[in-house]
Ligand binder design. Structure first.
Ligand SMILES: Cc1ncc(COP(=O)(O)O)c(C=O)c1O
Length: 459
């Protein structure tokens, strides 16, 4: 509506509004001003209309996910474990199958037709991902095995560089997945560095005032997640990176849980590294991405030795390839990279804004409905993305998860690879429902009903 009124107030009246050829297109000044004002107010006045136009319809999406059409214990599967891994659309399955059926071959070194086709498809996938992240060049995109692998790559390469000296500090947050804690701990042990932790407030957000106090000229790296897989907290990574930069520290953003929900622009985030896994964004397992700033990738040493990462090898001396190949030793997951690009095309076709709006409606409804249940604690801030974690007084999350499985609901129970966060809240784990584009409000409502039943059985 806003766009339509803007068009009226501006120029292309007839074609945009479809008034008809008899209309002259002349708009008087007061009328023009009225239209401009109306255009400004339209987003508020006509909100239901706007939502209706842009809403993502999960029911039209679900036929593209074959796995969703099955029964678990005689009940329709309700898949709410998307933060652990997402289901794959036909486009991704087809990309994988097509690769093996038509161009399977090893890449980069072959003169024959199949090798060239596989190389072209793999490098085209790199370009798709570079554009999606708004990297400045394709060479900033490294194919890895996933988020964990990407973070270990950075830890290993930094550990071999001259960037750290004993007594230097690395900052992580209390919301981190073990993947963004343990590699840094290992590096600290090896090099005599100190690991500092941004505390988590009671509302599940990071204490940014405390973060400011942790920063000093000794801080060499800040590594935080964009979205918490346990609580759905969205961290203020632009601010966190800017503050780190101000003291000369490098930054790594663990994007495992932001990549399926937001349009990512690494330049806007202002990070030096951004890591994610293909399987969290409707792509395959065993493939992931590390974005790294090009000058850093040129500067840092490689982490694994082998084929592909070299320029020249002799027993006396080996010289290394340029990024990204310098960091891609051995045969990569060729098909995985191609299928990951198909997944990125898929989310772009849906429109990540529409996905985010839809998932926001799901998570809000879930928080409202579950919040009414007796004895529940919902964790994290009220503004969450992707994941809703909760517990019921006197009931073990594992028992509840098992009963829900009997009713066809796939939720995750446990510590979600965030033991320090669980300890901070004095618990061993939670029950977590996490959402994707294909989930429906009906499924959310059914979860609330199923939880009521399960609670009656357990109490
Ligand atoms: C925030 C976060 N970081 C890292 C990871 C690790 O991802 P992967 O196991 O795909 O390497 C996960 C997986 O759940 C995650 O949620």
């Amino acid at each position: 509506m806003a766009r339509m009124l803007h068009s009226i107030a501006g120029h292309c009246f007839i074609c945009k509004v479809g008034v008809g050829p008899h209309f002259s297109g002349q708009v008087t000044q007061p009328f023009r001003q009225f239209l401009l004002l109306a255009a400004k107010l339209a987003p508020t006045l006509f909100r239901p209309y706007r939502v209706a136009v842009t809403r993502l319809d999960p029911y039209t999406l679900r036929p593209r996910f074959p796995i969703l059409h099955q029964k678990i214990n005689g009940r329709p599967l309700v898949y709410f474990d998307n933060a652990a891994t997402t289901q794959k659309p036909l486009a991704v399955l087809d990309a994988s199958r097509n690769y093996y059926e038509t161009i399977n071959s090893n890449i980069h070194r072959g003169v024959h037709r199949l090798s060239q086709a596989a190389t072209a498809a793999h490098e085209a996938a790199r370009t798709t991902i570079a554009r999606h992240l708004n990297a400045t060049r394709d060479e900033e995109i490294i194919f890895t095995g996933g988020t964990t692998d990407s973070i270990n790559l950075v830890a290993s390469a930094l550990g071999r560089s001259s960037r750290f000296k004993e007594g230097d500090e690395i900052i992580v947050s209390g919301l981190e997945h073990h993947s963004n804690t343990v590699p840094w701990q290992m590096l600290c042990e090896r090099l005599g560095l100190t690991l500092k932790v941004i505390p988590v407030l009671d509302n599940g957000k990071l204490d940014l005032a405390a973060y400011q106090n942790l920063l000093s000229e000794r801080t060499r790296l800040v590594a935080v997640n964009h979205v918490s897989n346990a609580f759905g907290t969205v961290n203020e990574v632009v601010h966190i990176c800017a503050r780190a930069r101000a003291v000369g520290a490098l930054t790594l953003v663990d994007g495992a849980q932001s990549i399926p929900h937001f349009k990512i622009d690494v330049q806007l985030l202002g990070c030096d590294f951004y890591a994610f896994s293909g399987h969290k964004v409707y792509g395959p397992t065993g493939v992931g991405i590390l974005f790294g700033r090009y000058d850093l990738l040129c500067e840092l040493p490689p982490w694994r030795g082998g084929g592909e990462m070299i320029k020249e090898v002799s027993f006396e001396k080996t010289t290394y390839n340029d990024p990204p190949f310098k960091y891609e030793a051995g045969t990569p997951n060729i098909e995985g990279g191609i299928a990951l690009a198909a997944a990125i095309d898929f989310v772009n076709e849906l429109g990540l804004d529409r996905v985010a709006a839809h998932e926001d409606a799901l998570i809000r409804r879930a928080a409202d409905l579950l919040g009414e249940l007796d004895g529940i604690t919902l964790y994290g801030p009220s503004e969450r993305t992707g994941a809703l974690s909760f517990n019921f007084e006197g009931i073990h999350h594992y028992d509840l998860g098992t009963l829900l499985d009997q009713m066809g609901f796939a939720l995750r129970t446990g510590h979600h690879c965030c033991q320090p966060l669980m300890a901070r809240f004095g618990m061993t784990g939670t029950l977590r429902a996490s959402f994707a584009a294909y989930n429906t409000l009906e499924e959310v409502e059914n979860l609330a009903t199923a939880l009521k039943k399960a609670l009656m059985m357990l109490r």
